[in-house]
Design a protein around this ligand. Structure first.
Ligand code: SF4
Ligand code: SF4
Length: 301
């Protein structure tokens, strides 16, 4: 069977999504709505219009092509999109000759992805790298992800999954068979705060973390947002959880503002405009809390 899925990017030569040089496949669709999301174009499953006003010349071709009248032209300004009228038909993407409009997300088959992945085999072999599935959330497309991972294992490639963990257990079991490494995002241990900042509580996530840590090498990834999840008590609890689960590595990922401009490009209001990265000296203190317990800690992508 020729399996297809929805992705929004394939990035070659990645060095921060697992060991060595890797190809990272970004799946589209995510069950969480983290307020600090750095890839808001990954959240919806369906492909969607993305607009880059800095490339717009105001030529008006998009407005002429739009069947919904969703593009508004104003003198000396980039073309405006009335997002509430946009049906994501992508007629304006084809019409724009300046690359100011694009589709975020596309259907891809396992075969075509394998062709792209295998083109860099020599780099994986020389660096101890491989392939990482990221997103969005790969566990939302379990058959597609499982087939892609199984094909990678047939080619003896190292495989990793970056996950938020919010998925049915069956999906986790299905993927675990073909995984060498899981990079598991833990955003907040308090279930009420987790729901407040991501839209979901964390019960299922923590159960899946337990499952993966028992079955596959697992590292934790913690997006660090000031005042949201950067207290020393929270770090202490995370480090102790890591020790209990046998997790030997934690990556701290301080907040960055990349998500805000992307949200604007897809017509979304960014949910926490005042979000910020914790101060460097505070990040050092958090790092020490975990490293003093014998855990390897890295900071940043
Ligand atoms: S077609 Fe492209 S360059 Fe022309 S107005 Fe539309 S977005 Fe701007
Ligand atoms: S994607 Fe939206 S703005 Fe572009 S042509 Fe279709 S309806 Fe109009």
């Amino acid at each position: 069977m020729r399996r297809t899925g929805t992705i929004f990017n394939v990035q070659r030569f990645c060095t921060h999504d697992g060991p060595g040089i890797r190809t990272t496949v970004f799946f589209k669709g995510c069950p969480l709505r983290c307020k600090w999301c750095s890839n808001p174009e990954s959240q919806k499953m369906a492909p969607q219009l993305m607009v880059r006003p800095s490339k717009c010349t105001g030529c008006g071709a998009c407005a002429a092509a739009c069947p919904e009248g969703a593009v508004v032209l104003l003198p000396n300004r980039p073309a405006q999109t009335r997002w509430e009228d946009c049906t994501h038909c992508f007629s304006c993407v084809d019409a724009c000759l300046y690359g100011a409009r694009e589709a975020a997300g596309r259907e891809a088959s396992v075969d075509e992805l394998m062709e792209e992945i295998l083109a860099d085999r020599v780099f994986y072999e020389n660096s101890g790298g491989g392939v990482t599935l990221s997103g969005g959330e790969p566990l939302l497309q379990p058959q597609f992800a499982a087939e892609l991972l199984a094909r990678c294992k047939e080619e003896s490639l190292h495989t990793a999954l970056e996950t938020c963990g919010h998925a049915p257990r069956e999906a986790a079991v299905q993927l675990a068979r073909s995984l060498d490494l899981v990079l598991f995002d833990v955003k907040q241990l308090n279930p009420l705060k987790h729901r407040k900042y991501t839209g979901m509580d964390n019960n299922r996530i923590l159960r899946n973390l337990e499952f993966f840590s028992q079955n596959t090498e697992t590292w934790l990834r913690i997006p660090l947002v000031a005042e949201v999840n950067d207290s020393e008590d929270h770090m202490d609890a995370l480090a102790n959880l890591a020790i209990r689960l046998g997790v030997q590595k934690i990556s701290l990922l301080p907040y960055h503002e990349g998500g805000a401009s992307k949200a604007d490009q897809i017509g979304l209001e960014y949910p926490i405009p005042g979000a910020c990265k914790p101060p460097d000296n505070h990040i050092k203190r958090l790092t020490r809390i975990a490293s003093d317990l014998g855990i390897e800690v890295t900071v940043g992508h």
